[in-house]
Write a protein that binds this ligand. Sequence first.
Ligand code: GLY
Ligand code: MN
Ligand code: MN
Length: 432
Amino acid sequence: MRYPPLPADLFTSNRQRLKAMLPPRSLVILHANDVMPANADGTLGFVQNSDLYHLSGVDQEETILMLCPDAPDPKQREMIFVRETNEQVALWEGEKLTQEQAAERSGIQRVSWLQDFETAFRQLMCYADQVFLNSNEHPRATSPVETRETRFTRRVRREYPLHDLRRLAPLMHRLRSEKHPAEIAALREAARITGDGFRRVCRFVKPGAHEFEVEAELAHEFLRQRARGFAYTPIIAAGANACVLHYITNHQECKDGDLLLLDVAANFANYNADLTRTIPVNGRFTPRQRQVYDAVLRVFRAACSMLRPGVILREYQDEVGRLMTTELLGLGLLDRDAVEKQDPDKPLFKKYFPHGTSHHLGVDVHDVGATWEPLRAGMVLTVEPGIYIREEGLGIRLENDILIGETENTDLMADIPIEAEEIESLMAARAR
Ligand code: GLY
Ligand code: MN
Ligand code: MN
């Protein structure tokens, strides 16, 4: 096995916390994601529904989870339905979960094959007053494709128009934003593997290397250390490519004198790290690169210390914008008079720092969270300021993953070199 599954205690505790938020006579139903078609008979790799995973630990297609905490029959209070395997499935697709394995992984005693779902669902619908159904309510989700959950919601609306249908998403957002110790351990491991990948890249990069070769080095390091793979499509951007925020073609040569922006991280056990470093291709920053680098680093350090319990992300973002404005004035990129007269709805710093500073991190890279609520201990967020100067072909971003604590924060990437001198000495040790 690539890695031991996370402990069933985690998923049991997540379900317990969800149940505590539910009114009496509630029924909660979650579905796996679809296996998405590609062309001809191809499919894209299966990606589990993050909420279903978070409540069950089951990473298999077609799974259905049903919770009815006060169901009259105690055996129906927690049920999971998995695809029945057989000789054909075993021959073509290999191992699928047995009922015993699904029980062990999820901590749910009652595991049934998928064909038993209909009967149990109809029985519980006779008891339930409100049905919590799931939907992807990430604020930046823009999917033209109807999910399994949306199809199911339409069906329930049609067949049971008198039931009170409720949104599960806000409850899941609250639940998922505070991390359990087992989740933090998985995030730490993802960060550790990511750090090893970064160090390997620092030993590898030199003028003439290609961005895709850097990607190959990272893939090798991540996979040999039992990561599931990249946490997201890696951004490996040399020179002016770093000014394209979502550059993922990774096809160009790294040139002498350029910087290389690496927004790359590993996924371990369904948990994502998220790292960005910007390094000089030839191992030494130029004075201008260093000047901009240190400005980003100062904003990064200040932002890390500002993410504390009680902080509202929108206010934090405004404050980071003010810090960034000061740095951009210092770099000669903004004009003081113009800043004094700027439209507060269109602050000038956005020309050089057009994205947000922080997002929640977990089973999803841009993890869900009730972003309008004050931050709480146990949340994990990225901190990722950047300065992108298109006219100079220069882009620098730095990003670490921060666990918010009661008394102090923990930087899960504290041991991954970030100071310019540290990067230079790491690169000086590489073979030429
Ligand atoms: N790697 C995606 C992000 O930094 O948000
Ligand atoms: Mn990132
Ligand atoms: Mn990020």
